[in-house]
Design a protein around this ligand. Structure first.
Ligand code: SR1
Ligand code: MG
Length: 423
């Protein structure tokens, strides 16, 4: 296949014929296509994902479709998201080595990326629903976020390179548009594709949509998201974008990558841990999940702590960009000045992170794209009870984010809400 052919979606039936001469794929899995086994395993909202197994190994072939898979061809979406995913993966690998799948081949015209098959990894969200406690995720994800977010910014990069990258990713307009609408606006009015557990949540949904402080805050956060091109974000760093084993963690799917605020990835990620926490009550058929709940809150504490510590370390050792130059601080013997600026920056990340986390929780319960943590709770009353607690939590941290000073405070609130038994 060459990039010059018109785009054509792959299928289980056509993949071997169409990619049988692809050198990168053949060299990883074997050339004998009669021995290839192809499965389509995409369970995300947007793309096709194939696992191709050959005599020598396996690989993943991910292909964008010209529309949103979740909705269908009534919602067109450009193929170029594959280009942004490819470029984001290469930068993430350079900035946080070993944190993403290896790329074997990219075909822009066919919007496909051939990459490492991660096995026996599973999606982190699934593991959390099953009640598995993974020992390394907080450290691995905290390091990934600090390294990619610091090293992709003007704190570290040569500003000419960062500006070129900013221009490259600025064209990821349609994927940003999805986030701008689905995360920051749709949950707060009667948007066409919204859905929620009804009638159980009707009352609280009406309350949130009438909540002026919340709506203003969501728009302030949208403004920060759209107008603060600080660093190259993953852009969709939820627990469905992370693959794990007991000892390994890899981030996948950065097709929403663009230059935005440092706090966005951190907030989205922590929101997904808090949603996992609130959903545990719905997964207690085989026993109580008290230990899992305690684990999840510990994970939020450790993730934030690892992120802060690594970001601070990089600030002290790799601050080579045009922001907060060492010539103004350390080179003049003013180490405290550099520490003061770091404190200011981390405080802003903290405050904005809470806001982004709050609206991410809301959109997964009120908007189009729900998450399996809640969706797999079959009993609608039980699901609504879990969701209502999460909605209250999201509202509190989004609106009060400037008055909340520690992650222990946030987790105390989560535990209090979790203990409540009425909606
Ligand atoms: C229409 S796409 C819906 C959601 O799926 C992706 O994973 C992103 O989270 C997006 O917001
Ligand atoms: Mg995705």
């Amino acid at each position: 296949m060459t990039g010059k052919l018109p785009f054509e979606a792959l299928s289980v039936e056509t993949l071997a014929t169409r990619l049988g001469a692809n050198e990168a794929l053949c060299s990883h899995i074997g050339r004998d296509t009669t021995r290839w086994k192809v499965r389509e395993v995409g369970d995300g909202n947007l793309n096709l994902v194939f696992i191709v197994e050959g005599a020598q190994g396996a690989a993943v072939v991910k292909q964008a479709l010209p529309y949103v898979r979740l909705v269908g061809d009534s919602w067109p979406l450009p193929l170029k998201r594959s280009f942004f995913e490819y470029h984001a993966l290469t930068r993430q690998e350079a900035r946080a080595p070993g944190s993403v799948p290896a790329i074997y081949h990219f075909d822009e015209g066919q919007a496909l990326i051939i990459m490492e098959y991660l096995s026996p990894h599973i999606i982190l969200r699934r593991a959390l629903i099953e009640g598995r406690q993974l020992p390394n995720i907080a450290r691995d994800i905290g390091l990934f976020m600090a390294r990619t977010l610091f090293r992709g910014s003007d704190l570290h990069m040569a500003t000419r390179d960062r500006k070129a990258d900013l221009a490259l990713f600025a064209d990821n307009v349609e994927l940003c548009d999805i986030t701008e609408n689905l995360v920051f606006s749709d949950p707060y009015f009667d948007a066409k594709m919204n859905r929620h557990t009804s009638p159980q949540l009707d009352g609280i949904v009406a309350e949130l949509r009438g909540d002026r402080d919340l709506k203003v805050e969501a728009q302030r956060l949208k403004h920060i998201f759209a107008a603060n091109a600080e660093t190259l974000l993953h852009g969709d760093l939820h627990s469905g974008s992370i693959m794990i084993t007991d000892s390994e963690t890899r981030m996948i799917d950065p097709e929403f990558a663009f230059y935005g605020p440092i706090a966005f990835d951190v907030g989205m990620l922590l929101a997904n841990f808090w949603m996992a926490f609130f959903s545990q009550r719905g997964h207690e058929q085989n026993g109580k999940r008290d230990a899992m709940r305690a684990y999840l809150l510990d994970v939020t504490v450790e993730t934030w702590s690892v992120f802060r510590t690594e970001f601070s370390h990089l600030w002290r050792t790799e601050r080579t960009g045009m922001l907060y130059q060492k010539s103004l601080f350390e080179d003049q013997g003013d180490r405290l000045g550099a520490e003061q600026a770091l404190d200011h920056m981390l405080h802003k990340v903290w405050t904005d992170m809470l806001g982004f986390a709050g609206v991410e929780v809301h959109r997964r319960i009120l908007g189009l794209a729900h998450n399996a943590d809640f969706e797999t709770i079959a009993d609608a009353d039980l699901r609504a009870t879990c969701e209502a607690k999460a909605l209250k939590f999201g509202r509190h941290i989004a609106v009060n984010r400037r008055q909340i000073h520690s992650i222990d405070e946030v987790n105390t609130l989560a535990a209090l809400l979790e203990g409540e038994n009425r909606i």
